[in-house]
Ligand binder design. Structure first.
Ligand code: ADP
Ligand code: MG
Length: 700
């Protein structure tokens, strides 16, 4: 039996290790940097680096790497050996403070959206001491930010750290108004539930679509899907259980609080949820979780699919982002309190969230807009593409009562005055359990359910922090100048709720009637990525990013360009993969089977002209007609690919991406229809790839 407490974080250069290994003054100075964001003195950095290296080497590391999050959506790394020639013929293990705090790399192959002129290809990484370094597979990983020579942010971590700092300032202003002077810092906390599929490695290798696109581009519906809900929370099969056990151990060594694991709704679908932690760490940990999931899967003969919709007809995968605000004194600001002023404070933070999500529905939607999430949002089980919020009946009733100045039952018969009365207690379970809400209050945190399973979570959390910070700032401005605090507070909550309550929806978020209702309320319904992305660069939103110094207008526009071109590239890869699979495998299989049928019919007729060959004939005709349709559609898709290229060369990224959505994507759907029908009639021994039944139901 492993000693888990001993194993936990054994590969992390965390606070305990620092305290133990560093001289006291160095440790304190490093802490000032971590806690207050002060610059790290180079002599201090040198000592920290030396100790970090000694520790890492003792854990088997030979290399170090700055670990950063470029705008590709995938973490990047470049490993350097610790070795340094000793001047003769030997080496010593060396690592300097300079190497720890700053790295320089050729960034020309990372997307910059035009922020980094090609003649200035250098990118710089800088240590983020607020996220612990760790050892993995022989290297010391140092979490870093990534920027251009000109100081432009080229990653997701930089804006996230800025947004956390910004929100801290505004939240503190609010706390001071409530006489809360002990708190020095407010942090956001995040808990990310990660869904994934496990597929047999050998079958995966037979499907180019899984290999290149992370999802199946073809596949007829199997006789059984997820209809009878037998997989959700079902018994975990031994091979999957062994994988999960191994995964937990790897994650624990890395100091990740992997806590919950279970089977999800779709066959072969699973979930892992760690205990929440501060947002910066949670985001880094999620990236690591995804990497470790993939590498452990390989050891168990599996491939871990993190994509949003690997299979049509069964649930896709999401990543629920549980989000709250916590003080350095350990108080969760979204937890209803016991005293009148705690409750008033709680309601004010909640009001800020309501206003934020309503006013910035567009940015919330943009944060989850990707080509692969388009296959899931609005689909089976996933939240619809309309942003709305769920508070639960009791909280909604409390806000309604506040708005109308009416009685809320439970408040002792009198009208509840915020800041004067205690919030009537309400059972926690009454908040949530509406699983259809994209943004649900779940007792003491919000659960944002729109993110796709493969998305890195930095930008999404930046958005949440930023929009809430803006509202808190407005509230603080108003309340700090108030003559009568309680009256102004009551008025503010009442007014804001009244203006923004259209975003609150307690009914079935998946229903058709909600779509109509949302439209009547004037809520945005941005159906896909291409509808959503242009909102990124609206004046209102650029102003918001600039006002809070999260990103400049130029940086936002660069990110917008990158996301449009990522969309175009992803559609192109999928289109080309389809063409290859259809032309090289599907059509040949269809031709082969129809030839076999014709031959069989001929043989039968030769044997006895009175024999019935109508099955062979009907099938042969249907297959020929489907194969022709496939071929024709392939030609049309090829044409789309070349038009896309021409549009891309002309340079308008939105026009190009929109063309892909309106032309290539529908044709891909058409092509899929033909292929899926072929799959149901072609002899299974001739069909060229494993089917959904093979992929999802093979006993593993
Ligand atoms: P469910 O499946 O019902 O949504 P889970 O237990 O799978 O519940 O996930 C809940 C997630 O929310 C966990 O990661 C948990 O740590 C996280 N969480 C709980 N409290 C907070 C909080 N205050 N801030 C952020 N995340 C939180
Ligand atoms: Mg959840």
């Amino acid at each position: 039996m492993d000693n888990i407490p001993e194993m936990f974080a054994s590969c992390v250069f965390n606070d305990d290790v620092m305290r133990e290994r560093l001289p006291r003054n160095i440790y304190e100075s490093l802490h000032n940097t971590i806690d207050e964001g002060r610059d790290l003195d180079l002599t201090v950095a040198n000592i920290v680096a030396e100790e970090m290296k000694n520790w890492a080497v003792s854990k088997g590391a030979t290399h170090y790497t700055h670990w950063f999050q470029p705008m590709t959506g995938f973490p990047a790394q470049k490993h350097e050996a610790f070795i340094k020639p000793d001047g003769q013929s030997r080496v010593i293990m060396d690592f300097s403070g300079k190497e720890l705090i700053r790295g320089e790399s050729d960034a020309s192959s990372f997307p910059s959206g035009g922020l980094r002129a090609t003649f200035e290809a250098r990118g710089y990484t800088a240590w983020d001491p607020t996220s612990y370094a760790f050892v993995r597979e022989g290297s010391l990983y140092i979490p870093t930010v990534f920027c251009s020579f000109g100081g432009y942010a080229l990653d997701s971590k930089t804006p996230l750290l800025r947004s956390m700092q910004d929100l801290n300032i505004q939240a503190l202003r609010i706390l001071r108004l409530f006489g809360n002077n002990d708190v020095k810092r407010v942090m956001t906390t995040t808990g990310l539930e990660q869904e994934y599929f496990l597929i047999d490695k050998e079958m995966y290798a037979k499907r180019k679509d899984l290999e290149f696109c992370g999802r199946t581009l073809f596949g007829a519906k199997p006789p059984k899907g997820q209809e009878i809900d037998d997989h959700y929370l079902g018994t975990i099969k031994p091979r999957v259980a062994a994988y999960m056990a191994d995964l937990d151990k790897e994650l624990w060594k890395l100091g990740i609080f992997a806590k919950t694991k279970h089977n999800e709704v779709a066959p072969s679908q699973h979930e892992l949820a760690p205990v929440f932690t501060n947002t910066n760490t949670a985001v880094d940990h999620n990236l690591l979780i995804m990497e470790v999931m993939k590498s452990v899967a390989d050891r168990h003969g599996f491939v871990c699919l993190l994509g949003e919709k690997p299979f049509n007809g069964v649930n896709g995968s999401g990543k629920h982002c549980n989000w709250s605000l916590t003080t350095d004194t350990g108080v969760n600001l979204l937890e209803p309190g016991l005293s009148p002023h705690e409750n008033a404070q709680f309601l004010l933070f909640l009001t800020a969230l309501i206003k934020a999500v309503d006013e910035y529905q567009d940015l919330v939607r943009v944060s989850v807009a990707t080509a692969s999430n388009d296959n899931r949002l609005g689909g089976n089980e996933a939240p619809p593409a309309i942003v709305s919020m769920y508070l639960g009946d009791d909280l909604t009733a409390i806000f309604e009562a506040a708005e109308n100045g009416s009685e809320y039952c439970g408040s002792g018969g009198s009208v509840m005055e915020i800041g004067v009365h205690v919030l009537p207690s309400f059972p926690k379970d009454s908040t949530d359990r509406n699983r259809t809400s994209p943004f649900a209050f779940t007792g003491n945190k919000f659960e944002f359910r729109m993110p796709g399973s493969s998305q890195p979570m930095g930008d999404i959390n930046t958005t949440l922090n930023l929009i809430v910070s803006e509202e808190l700032e407005q509230f603080a401005d108003e309340l700090e100048g108030a003559e009568d605090f309680n009256t102004t507070l009551n008025e503010l909550i009442k007014r804001t709720y009244s203006q923004h309550k259209r975003i609150i929806w307690g009914g079935d978020g998946y229903s058709e009637s909600w779509k109509k209702e949302a439209e009547n309320r004037g809520l945005l319904h941005l159906r896909d990525c291409i509808d959503a992305l242009p909102y990124m660069v609206s004046d209102k939103n650029v102003t918001l990013y600039e006002k809070h110094s999260i990103l400049s207008g130029e940086e936002i526009k660069a990110r917008y360009e990158i996301r449009l071109s990522t969309y175009r590239k992803q559609i192109k890869i999928e289109a080309l993969t389809m063409l290859e699979m259809v032309k090289k495998s599907v059509i040949p299989a269809a031709v082969k089977y129809s030839a076999e049928l014709a031959e069989a019919a001929n043989k039968k007729l030769k044997f006895s002209p009175s024999l019935d060959v109508s099955v062979e004939k009907t099938l042969c005709e249907r297959i020929s007609s489907l194969a022709n349709a496939c071929y024709r559609t392939c030609t049309e898709i090829e044409n789309c690919v070349s038009v896309t290229h021409e549009l891309h060369v002309k340079g308008d990224a939105l026009v190009t991406a929109r063309y892909c959505r309106d032309n290539t994507v529908p044709l891909m759907k058409t092509l899929r229809g033909y292929v899926d029908e072929l799959e149901t009639i072609v002899d299974s021994s001739i069909w060229p790839f494993p089917t959904y039944s093979d992929l999802l139901f093979t006993e593993v």
